[in-house]
Design a protein around this ligand. Structure first.
Ligand code: SF4
Ligand code: SF4
Length: 92
């Protein structure tokens, strides 16, 4: 569905006491640069084999539990296409 944002729920490791984190991907903004994939320190994302309506490859989350909510992906994304939100609004 080309105009629908992909939504992935990421749950942190309970043993570390982190808040639940949601990672949002606005697929139609994505230009497929892969910055969020290459620079994620925990390898949470990979490039998928899916295209958005503009013909760009979009990423997908493959290791949800590894996310540390460092927010690097949203800081680096030049299209503001990926961002993370904690359920309680806390910062890392
Ligand atoms: S918040 Fe950090 S650990 Fe989580 S997906 Fe983004 S870059 Fe990776
Ligand atoms: S950094 Fe942004 S534009 Fe680049 S692949 Fe990730 S979501 Fe798409």
């Amino acid at each position: 569905m080309p105009n629908q944002a992909a939504h992935v729920t990421v749950v942190s490791r309970p043993s570390r006491g982190r808040a639940r984190v949601h990672v949002f991907l606005l697929a139609e903004r994505c230009k497929g640069c892969a910055f969020c994939v290459e620079f994620c320190p925990k390898h949470v994302l990979v490039m998928s084999d899916r295209f958005n309506a503009k013909g760009y490859h979009i990423p997908q989350v493959v290791d949800e539990s590894a996310c540390t909510n460092c927010q690097l992906c949203q800081l680096l994304c030049p299209e503001f296409a990926v961002y993370v939100v904690t359920e309680n609004g806390s910062k890392p």
